[in-house]
Design a protein around this ligand. Sequence first.
Ligand code: AVI
Length: 317
Amino acid sequence: MSARLQYSELPMAVSELETAVLEGLGRSPKAIPPKFFYDRRGSELFDAICAQPEYYLPAAEREILQTRAARIAARTGSGCVLIEPGAGNGAKVRLLLEHIRPSVFVPLDISGSYLQASAERLSRDFPWLRVHAARADFSHGLELPAGLPEGRRVAFYPGSSLGNFEPEAAVAFLATVREAVGDAGGLLIGIDTKKDTGLLNAAYNDAAGVTAAFNLNLLHRIRRELETDLDPDNFHHHAFYNPEPGRIEMHLVSRVAQEVRVNDSLFPFRAGETIHTESSYKYHPEEFRMLARRAGFQPLDLWLDSRGLFSFHYLEA
Ligand code: AVI
């Protein structure tokens, strides 16, 4: 590892998956939070989703970042501390780094080995860049690694990941980002917009079955990591847009009536009963601006791609 590259592990409960599964399968309706999708295999499958033609988000987002990079950099200023929660493979920030020229880039991700590998690639490809990567579960708040330089803090939260929070939790998360960046800070955030239901449903039901594999990987992960007789083949993927709350819902549907054992607990399933694994909220720009204001941010800029499929907002504290 070069001197420009640092890696930290912020505290994370090891038994969290077990607790979430035992609690979530005991509940009615059954639910497991989406953050457990992202073990190494899940992160790889998510990358594969991003390459599916139906999943319009990455291309729309790339278009905005490519065409607006100079304006974005004018807002963030160069030499800032650039923080990316849920950085994944770092593909998006690459479009901005040369423009923003941050003093340090701080990628945070729940998947440690995946994060380390992508931080190393980034450090190699941008020889001037200082990278301080940290494995962190920021679903409980945004803790930053110690030893970051002084300077304006700007958070970068692309990919519409905020959509995976319930709206109240989204406000709470934005408020923790607001606190982490401080009074002089900013947030550049990508938000998926409301649109034609057919496009939305196709994006979460790609023809190659990658989203289905991503959803089902949660069950494979549970099988790998917990003491269980759960058989992933007894479930199938189901995703649909629910217009009333304005969200895509992903579920795993039990094909049969069955009983699943995890540790010493038994969980009965009716045929057709589901585990709700993810919600992905879509926001009109003004709906999102209202959320941002409630978290103490002032919305400044709104950028849309040419088809109006995706939005980027720049907010200041
Ligand atoms: C990470 N997140 C914004 C994705 C989404 O679109 O909600 C996760 C995803 N789930 C299925 N496909 C992609």
